[in-house]
Design a protein around this ligand. Structure first.
Ligand SMILES: [Fe+2]
Length: 136
């Protein structure tokens, strides 16, 4: 089942929303491939994409938080750091054990959970805070 992009995912900060949209497209690509039994074929590609994506995207959010003295910065950053750790554990698993279906399932789960728990809650709260700030 593909994820649909809707207003519940919007933070109201243009650059963040554009980057989130890119992530949703990428998750959909993986979900679609998984449904067709081709998850293993795109999982490496997904990890390659995610490697640059997290640096860029978390960098964008964290810069905005620092510039605007966001009081929840430390908390928010710790979620980012944890996600990077979780992702890198899965990548290590891929490198050590090779492609296994379970890895595809776990990666799907990590990404979809991120969307629901982080973007819809933590990033939205940041968007709300940034709404009337000048540094966006
Ligand atoms: Fe975030």
């Amino acid at each position: 089942m593909a994820l649909t992009w809707d207003d519940s995912l919007l933070t109201g900060v243009d650059i963040i929303d554009r980057q989130h949209r890119e992530l949703v497209d990428r998750i959909n690509k993986l979900l679609e491939a998984s449904n067709q039994g081709k998850g293993k074929e795109v999982i490496r590609e997904t990890f390659q994409f995610m490697e640059d994506y997290v640096v860029n995207h978390f960098g964008t959010e964290e810069r905005l938080m620092v510039k605007n003295n966001y009081p929840e910065y430390a908390n928010h950053k710790s979620y980012h750091d944890q996600f990077v750790k979780d992702l890198s554990l899965l990548k290590t698993q891929l490198d050590n054990e090779g492609l296994k279906l379970n890895l595809v399932v776990q990666t799907n789960k990590l990404l979809v959970d991120w969307l629901i728990n982080h973007i819809k809650k933590v990033d939205k709260a940041l968007g709300e805070f940034l709404k009337n700030k000048s540094f966006t």
